[in-house]
Design a protein around this ligand. Structure first.
Ligand SMILES: Nc1nc2c(c(=O)[nH]1)N[C@H]1C(S)=C(S)[C@@H](COP(=O)(O)OP(=O)(O)OC[C@H]3O[C@@H](n4cnc5c(=O)[nH]c(N)nc54)[C@H](O)[C@@H]3O)O[C@H]1N2
Ligand SMILES: Nc1nc2c(c(=O)[nH]1)N[C@H]1C(S)=C(S)[C@@H](COP(=O)(O)OP(=O)(O)OC[C@H]3O[C@@H](n4cnc5c(=O)[nH]c(N)nc54)[C@H](O)[C@@H]3O)O[C@H]1N2
Ligand SMILES: [Mo]
Length: 766
């Protein structure tokens, strides 16, 4: 179709998800988020997977002070009143999914070959239930078989000890991992000799961390939940809270009731940003609910940097900046002013896709607001210019003094429930010298100083070096990563791949010569490792560290906790390579001991063991938020003037964003309903505007093929259904993980190296 002729890599087969034979159906989408349909969906998932009794007991323990932290997302809970603990439809789905009665036991694995399993959908794989026993796929074999824990540990130890250098091992982490497991995991990797600790953050909020570390000296947000009620204006940009952080809608509703205005900036008019009916409030359920966004800015994909530049331009020209704040707390404002003044309105409007008068109107609203919070998620972090875009938002907040004041601040909304905690306790491929030194002092070991690989670099290294060992603490690396074929090739080239998992996924099927699945306890389950009942701790999106204690009976008697698995691997390894002196087993038998180690090596964890059990836990220090202090070279916050940029598609090409449906948790697919967007019964959907369909003569639900283009690489993927949708012309959307096959490994964000999952250049053919 499109005249863009280069070598085409054809991808199909095992690593990718199977095609769908029937088109999806269009359903009425309703006008509000949550409400009665959310209650019905919660009950359906809970009862069908866990049974009535287990559902009631599990749902009643979630997010209570002495209960377990919801594995759904990292949105915080109120610090004080938790009499009616909040939980949401999607949290309930995550809990029911973990609490399912179904078991992927040795019997299940003996029935199916790897090739047969790889023909199944992701939804089918996950629905097979909890993994009950450690399993091994031996070299040359087509089926997993049961293995004893000590034997599994010795195989890992044997392979690790034989690598010619320790940088041929990769220790991946997914963000559900507790602080305790994560700390031990990084200690294992580093004491073994490598900093190769890629994590899901590399594909997620890495851009936020990199951007904010430079501007405000901390890679985290600067607001507390209570700030939402004090805010005059809340901007939600590149985020779909109705689906991915439903409890955030309560904070937005309450802010609205306290008089805040809300602006949504998104190519899609997402349901949760329109109207919300709280499912635990009968008055709202049967009434109209609360209208959420006052303004909806239908920005083009990746037009946000231009848009925020426009807001700043209007604020400068209407002299709304906060000169006192700028003078006292910041550096670099003159250079920033220059670059803003030199950016023309036409360019700003063309890139953002928004009219100049509209940008100026919103700019004046921001300029005159007393206090402003900006929230964002993947719609901003997964583009080539993500770091620059987030710095533009930081610049705007500095310009108006909206940091470190009540009701004001920057709010990157984290995804996985402990992804922020994992980074805090040391899951970092680029550890600071200070942290390495403190580990060396505490454990009397000496550590490798060479920087480790992130997710993209790990894929490249494993493919080049061959015969590496890939170990995964949770997650589903194969399906979560960009360029599914390149990722599959890299995993296939390993001598050993190890997955510490709760449920079956595609990473169990695309493996090294030998593969192990090590089943672990989930967050909601009782952990009796060592001598007593254990609990873990996690950190939410606003820097609160608190306890999480499971109460449900474990899915099997033969699964271990994550810390016990790490200590099992470490003890076996040290039998071969020599004793490090770290008392792995002793640590994993009482998590208070792990927390003591964290306290001794990482600032902010003073009295960890006593503070984490207090109701609601404790806040980690956050200098910009707490005292307007900035851990930068100058001691002040920094304006960063970046040249305006955007990924633009010309000559009949489209920009594609890869997003989540309402019925999935990342690569875990619960079903094929995207209720808020009115789609049912399929996931290989291409959201497209009516004008693009008309211009090309394409029809609704027509099957098309997608080809991505990056430099001289193209990737082809067949079997997608066009779905007419209200989306800016030139922009399309598909669901991840199906579309990950199309995202070239080489297409990454500058500085953060995050795959550009939200701006993929594609052509469409019939
Ligand atoms: N139920 C559920 N909850 C989840 C998850 C899940 O899969 N399911 N995943 C968890 C994880 S790990 C994460 S990181 C978060 C993800 O939470 P989100 O970031 O909300 O997830 P996405 O579906 O990727 O949504 C991105 C949103 O950004 C918009 N967008 C895309 N490109 C652009 C752009 O260029 N500009 C603007 N302004 N908007 C854009 C899309 O239209 C969409 O509304 O959710 C967490 N919570
Ligand atoms: N195209 C595209 N790709 C993306 C994204 C996107 O928006 N677009 N988003 C990216 C983002 S934001 C993220 S965070 C990554 C997610 O990447 P990952 O974190 O790697 O993936 P998940 O799908 O969350 O992992 C699901 C698996 O985790 C295991 N699991 C669940 N609970 C537990 C537990 O308690 N312990 C252990 N050990 N295992 C458990 C289960 O076996 C399950 O199959 O994907 C990224 N990939
Ligand atoms: Mo994420």
């Amino acid at each position: 179709m499109v005249g863009y002729c280069l070598t085409i890599v054809r991808v199909g087969g095992k690593a990718s998800t199977p095609l769908e034979q029937t088109p999806p159906k269009r359903k009425k989408a309703g006008n509000s988020a949550a409400g009665i349909p959310a209650i019905i969906s919660t009950a359906k998932h809970g009862i069908s997977k866990m049974g009535i009794l287990h559902s009631i007991t599990s749902f009643s323990r979630v997010n209570k002070f002495d209960g377990f932290d919801c594995p759904g997302c990292a949105w915080p809970d109120p610090d004080d009143n938790r009499t009616i603990a909040e939980f949401c439809e999607n949290g309930a789905k995550a809990i029911a999914d973990e609490g399912t009665k179904k078991k992927a036991d040795p019997n299940f694995w003996s029935k199916w070959t790897i090739s047969e399993l790889s023909e199944k959908s992701d939804q089918w794989l996950n629905s097979q239930g909890r993994i009950t026993d450690p399993m091994i796929l031996r070299e040359g074999s087509e089926k997993y078989e049961r293995i004893l824990w000590p034997d599994a540990f010795s195989i890992i130890a044997g392979e690790l000890s034989q690598l010619e250098n320790s940088d041929k091992a990769i220790f991946y982490t997914s963000g559900r991992t507790s602080n305790e497991a994560a700390f031990l995991w990084q200690l294992l990797a580093r004491s073994y000799g490598t900093n190769n600790l890629p994590d899901c953050s590399n594909m997620c909020h890495e851009s936020s961390g990199v951007a904010l570390s430079e501007t405000i000296g901390i890679g985290k947000g600067t607001v507390k939940l209570e700030d939402f009620e004090k805010a005059d204006l809340i901007i939600v940009v590149g985020q779909n809270p109705g689906t991915n952080h439903p409890r955030m809608l309560t904070a937005l509703r309450d802010a609205k009731k306290s008089g805040a205005s809300i602006i949504s900036i998104n190519p899609l008019k997402e349901k949760g940003m329109i109207r919300f009916k709280h499912p635990q409030n009968p008055l709202e359920l049967f009434g109209y609910g609360t209208a959420i966004a006052d303004d909806h800015v239908r920005v083009r994909i990746n037009g946000d940097m231009a848009l925020f530049r426009g807001f700043a331009k209007e604020i400068f020209s209407s002299k709304c900046e906060d000169s006192n704040f700028i003078h006292r707390y910041t550096t670099g404002s003159d250079d920033y002013r220059k670059i803003v003044e030199n950016t023309g309105w036409e360019e700003i409007s063309e890139i953002s896709g928004i009219e100049i008068s509209e940008i100026r109107r919103i700019g004046r609203i921001i300029g005159s607001a007393e206090s402003v919070i900006t929230c964002w998620a993947m719609g901003l972090t997964q583009h080539q210019n993500s770091v620059a875009t987030i710095q533009e938002i930081s610049n705007l907040h500095l310009l108006c003094g909206h940091i470190g004041n009540p009701g004001s601040g920057l709010c990157p909304v984290r995804g996985h429930s402990n992804v922020q905690g994992d980074r805090t306790v040391g899951i970092n491929h680029k550890p600071s010298e200070e942290f390495l030194k403190s580990l060396e002092t505490k454990f009397q070991i000496s550590l490798n100083r060479s920087g480790g690989y992130d997710a993209v670099e790990s894929v490249r290294m494993m493919s080049e070096a061959k015969n590496c060992v890939f170990l995964s603490m949770g997650g589903n690396f194969l399906s979560a990563m960009s360029d599914t074929k390149a990722t599959a090739d890299s995993l296939n080239s390993c001598s050993l791949t190890v997955q510490i998992s709760t449920k079956p996924n595609r990473s169990h099927l695309i493996t090294g010569k030998t593969a192990l699945i090590l089943p672990c306890l989930g967050r909601s389950e009782i952990d009796r490792s060592g001598t007593k009942n254990q609990f873990v701790t996690v950190e939410n999106s606003m820097g609160v560290v608190h306890m999480s204690k499971g109460r449900a009976r474990p899915a099997s008697n033969n699964i271990l906790s994550e810390p016990s698995i790490v200590s099992g691997i470490a003890e076996s390894l040290e039998e071969i390579i020599g004793d490090s002196g770290i008392r792995w087993k002793w640590l994993s038998e009482d998590y208070n001991r792990i927390r003591d180690c964290i306290e001794e090596t990482i600032p902010g964890f003073e009295d960890y063991n006593s503070r984490c059990v207090q109701d609601g836990g404790f806040y980690l220090p956050n200098p910009p938020r707490d005292s307007l202090e900035f851990n930068t070279e100058s001691g002040k916050a920094k304006f960063v003037p970046n040249n305006l940029s955007s990924t633009i598609a010309r000559d009949g090409l489209f920009i594609m964003m890869t997003i989540r449906s309402h019925d999935q948790y990342n690569t875990t697919i619960y079903g094929t309903e995207d209720r808020y967007r009115g789609i049912s019964g399929g996931r290989r959907v291409v959201f497209m505007s009516k004008s693009d369909m008309d211009a090309n003569g394409w029809k609704d639900l027509q099957v098309v093929n997608l080809t991505s283009h990056f430099k001289d690489k193209t990737i082809f993927s067949e079997g997608w259904y066009i779905f007419e949708y209200d989306i800016p012309p030139g922009n399309i959307a598909t669901y991840f993980p199906e579309s990950n096959i199309l995202i070239p490994l080489e297409s990454v964000a500058e500085y953060s190296n995050t795959p550009t999952s939200k701006s993929v250049v594609v052509s469409i053919s019939t």
